[in-house]
Design a protein around this ligand. Structure first.
Ligand code: GLU
Length: 326
């Protein structure tokens, strides 16, 4: 029998009010004690201790909740009586929380983030199944040494790969460049490979604060004053959600290169759903001092850039090495 700590933050998995066939609902309504009691009754090979950290939609998550989660995971990882941690979470920003914790915690005991696309009282709700799956994953003997994982739709994704790719439907999550790392149901678990990060320490330190980094969405006809607007707003780093291979109109790229000269790091990511953004293809990153986001989408590139700035890493070459790393 494994012993797991469950940290609840809210989201649709704890949502209610859809009224069976209805659509409108409020996230974060159901306490974790109620959900844990329901999962306990399924007879999975784990005991659960649960705590409510927050009861919010994950679009509102930020430094306060992230700090608390980081602290709680550290405590659980150092507690000989706890075998793994499950975080119940809204799906909107699950990829951001997953990457932040993945980069700042050792890849030791399992940490699993789980959500739902349908509230608990909706027809065909996926919450309890996803939660039961997460218990199976976190209590599995081969779950350690894989970093933070996201369990959704009977699949397991690594934090570095995962993203929400659909606004609705229970298979809303995808992995890129790697697809799911395992298939899971409440009664089965098939890993597609061995744990690759056994014994790996934290990749980056937990920061004292997260600096303001903003995302600039590129489009045809975009004007360079959008760059100035964000800098005027206090941005200490910028991520371009560029067209195609991280492109933007020439005048916008010029404004971004000016920002780099002024000490603001700029990472080029893509607004396109899949594919890497590589260095020096259409855009001369060497000449302009940009960093290519590679496989990270804009939201995740932002998290990594925040951590790099907070760690005092300022040089484009050093930043690039972190974005190249898988
Ligand atoms: N927007 C809410 C959130 O991300 C509800 C959506 C969901 O959990 O799927 O928490």
């Amino acid at each position: 029998m494994k012993h797991l700590r469950v940290l609840a933050t809210g989201g649709t998995i704890a949502g209610s009010g859809a009224g069976g066939a209805g659509r409108a609902y409020a996230p974060g309504r159901i306490g974790i004690a109620e959900m844990a009691a329901e999962v306990r009754a399924l007879g999975l090979p784990a005991t659960l201790e649960a705590a409510d950290i927050a009861a919010i939609g994950s679009q509102d998550i930020g430094w306060a909740e992230w700090s608390l989660l980081h602290q709680e995971i550290a405590a659980a990882q150092n507690d000989g009586g706890i075998d793994g941690t499950i975080i119940t979470h809204g799906t909107d920003s699950a990829e951001e929380t997953a990457l932040l914790l993945d980069l700042t915690r050792p890849a030791g005991k399992p940490v699993v983030i789980v959500g739902a696309m349908r509230p608990a009282d909706a027809v065909g709700s996926d919450g309890m199944r996803n939660f039961a799956n997460s218990v199976r994953v976190a209590s599995d003997s081969q779950a350690s040494g894989r970093g933070v994982m996201v369990v959704m739709g009977d699949q397991i994704f690594a934090a570095v790969d995962v993203r929400k790719a659909r606004t609705s439907s229970v298979d809303a999550f995808r992995g890129f460049p790697r697809g799911p790392i395992a298939a899971v149901t409440p009664s089965s678990l098939d890993w597609f490979g061995p744990p690759a990060r056994v014994g790996e320490g934290a990749r980056l330190p937990w920061p004292e604060a997260l600096p303001q980094v903003d995302i600039l969405y590129a489009y045809a006809g975009m004007a360079p004053c959008t760059v100035e607007a964000l800098l005027g707003c206090g941005a200490r780093g910028l991520v371009l959600a560029g067209m195609g291979q991280g492109n933007a109109p020439a005048r916008v790229l010029d404004a971004l290169a000016d920002a780099v000269r002024g000490g603001i790091p700029v990472v080029r990511a893509s607004r396109v759903d899949q594919g890497t953004v590589d260095r020096n293809l259409e855009v001369d990153d060497d000449a302009r001092g940009f960093v290519a986001a590679r496989a990270f989408g804009p939201a995740k590139a932002r998290i990594l850039l925040q951590l790099l700035i907070a760690s005092g890493i300022r040089e484009a070459r050093e930043m690039q090495a972190q974005f190249d790393r898988r």
